[in-house]
Design a protein around this ligand. Structure first.
Ligand SMILES: [Ca+2]
Ligand SMILES: [Ca+2]
Length: 494
């Protein structure tokens, strides 16, 4: 949801601990249970606020499923599927009837904004056929659009009566705060910033949400979840929900809209490590870097940045979503942020509006191909100063590793001598911008990136997955692009 007020990241630089030490010191949870995700997985947020309506969206995504797979996406986060109070205009966050997935004539429409249940199932089948996973967007905090009824707790009338043609998960005042379990409307869990606030401590409500989640997973075939507005829900219930029925063992990322590292880590801990979180801490750091077109951002702040540096396997990194795009977006040079999340650790999530509408597809495709072929293992930060950040992925398995060079200077190429893991080898900028460099026998090499841009060096590797036959299209990576394209800069190769 968008109304939450994000707290801002603390000012000043992070302590300059070696990243390996920081990880060793702060890592709370070990590697995930098998199968939750692979090192090179990439998520796509498959919608934006007010994406085209009239029930066409599921078909639109289904038709693009092979192209999404070819580009390197491994999972798509789909919008909330249940019928919203706003009917065909709803983005799904105003849930009216959890069990109406676009198959009952309610709120003036059978289909939801995104399509019918049949279209949704066809989409998920197409994703599976193309080897991708489907994540459901889940609202556990509130519902909207009920009928008026007498409420003995408040002594007045409340919009808390929900009756459906299928008679599943019907509700009355007992399901909502204030009720006989919690006689208050106090935050953080009992207030109502968005709609009628569900009481997950009331047995029939808890059971209803759990049984619905299990049914939804089976009915549609979802592989995982994105939980909306978890700031409003007792995390103990989220832990229970994720342990119930078909939810057990499936991937989950929660919208804990907070930049505080302690809060993010606390929430993950409260779920027993079952839920990842979107890395809002890293998002606000990357946003500052991108939006400061004058280059005043101190690139040393990228050292050990974000929740991802503490707990890489529970961090979903991103460079805008359907909410921040409307309220708090990265306005310029966003590809610098994508270069970071698509080469560094964490589970990166690409925002479809950036990919399709803001014109970043060619450069994001190149970065995704680089991730699939090179980016694995842990991270060593090699160099940083006010304008330049250089970090090496050290490689794992068949992924050899790479070196990211990020430069926020507004007009000049920047480079620095670093010591890499490739003594005596050639390192190529796989984005096709900087010159290939020979690494000295002691591992030292001078690596460069263009102004307001990036380079990603690695062993000369065809950006083609031989199994998928995917054209990774090396050499198309413009350093800038999308919002805030800069012209007339020093474009000379270094
Ligand atoms: Ca609540
Ligand atoms: Ca700077």
């Amino acid at each position: 949801m968008s109304l939450a007020s994000p707290s801002k990241p603390p000012a000043g630089r992070r302590p300059a601990l070696p990243r390996a030490m920081l990880v060793a010191t702060l890592l709370v949870f070990v590697l995930p249970a098998a199968g939750l995700r692979a090192d090179d997985d990439i998520m796509l947020q498959g919608f934006w606020w007010d994406c085209p309506g009239n029930g066409v969206w599921y078909d639109n995504l289904r038709q693009k499923a092979p192209a999404f797979k070819q580009a390197g996406f491994s999972a798509i986060w789909l919008p909330p599927a249940s019928k919203g109070a706003a009917g065909k205009d709803s983005m799904g966050y105003d849930v009216y009837d959890y069990y109406d997935l676009g198959n009952y004539n309610q709120k003036g429409t059978v289909a939801t904004r995104f399509g019918t249940l049949g279209k949704l199932r066809a989409l998920v089948q197409a994703l599976h056929k193309n080897g991708m996973k489907a994540y459901a967007d889940i609202v556990l905090n509130h519902v909207m659009g009920g009928e008026l009824e007498d409420n003995p707790i408040t002594g007045g009338k409340t919009w808390t009566k929900y009756v459906f043609p299928h008679h599943q998960f019907e509700k009355d005042w007992r399901f909502f705060h204030p009720n006989e379990v919690h006689r208050d409307n106090n935050g953080p869990y009992h207030d109502k910033p968005f709609g009628e606030d569900l009481c997950q401590a009331y047995g029939p409500c808890a059971d209803g949400l759990k049984k619905w989640g299990d049914w939804l997973t089976s009915k549609v075939g979802y592989d995982g979840y994105r939980l909306d507005f978890v700031k409003g829900v007792d995390p103990g219930f989220i832990r229970d929900w994720l342990a119930y029925g078909r939810m057990s063992g499936r991937f989950c990322v929660s919208e804990m809209w907070d930049s505080n590292l302690g809060t993010l880590d606390w929430f993950v801990g409260e779920t027993g490590g079952r839920s990842s979180v979107f890395d809002f801490n890293l998002f606000y750091v990357l946003k500052e870097m991108c939006n400061d077109g004058g280059g005043g951002f101190d690139m040393r702040r990228l050292h050990a940045a974000g929740y991802v540096a503490k707990n890489a396997f529970r961090a979903v990194t991103f460079c805008d979503n359907h909410d921040t795009d409307r309220s708090d977006p990265i306005m310029r040079d966003k590809l610098m942020a994508y270069a970071f999340i698509l080469t560094m650790e964490g589970y990166p999530c690409v925002f479809l509006k950036d990919y399709e509408v803001y014109g970043m597809k060619p450069q994001i495709d190149t970065l995704m191909a680089i991730r699939k072929r090179l980016c694995g293992g842990n991270t060593t930060d090699l160099y940083s100063d006010g304008d330049l950040f250089i970090a090496q992925r050290n490689g794992a398995g068949k992924l050899p590793g790479c070196v990211l060079v990020l430069n926020d200077n507004p007009s000049a190429w920047k480079g620095a001598w670093v010591t890499t893991k490739w003594p005596g080898k050639d390192l190529k900028d796989l984005t096709g911008q900087a010159q290939t460099k020979h690494v000295a026998d002691d591992g030292r090499v001078e690596l460069w990136a263009p102004p307001r841009g990036y380079a990603v060096y690695g062993p000369d590797t065809p950006l083609i997955d031989p199994k998928a036959g995917a054209p990774g299209a090396g050499g198309t990576g413009g350093a800038t692009g999308g919002p805030g394209i800069l012209n007339g800069l020093d474009r000379g190769r270094r």
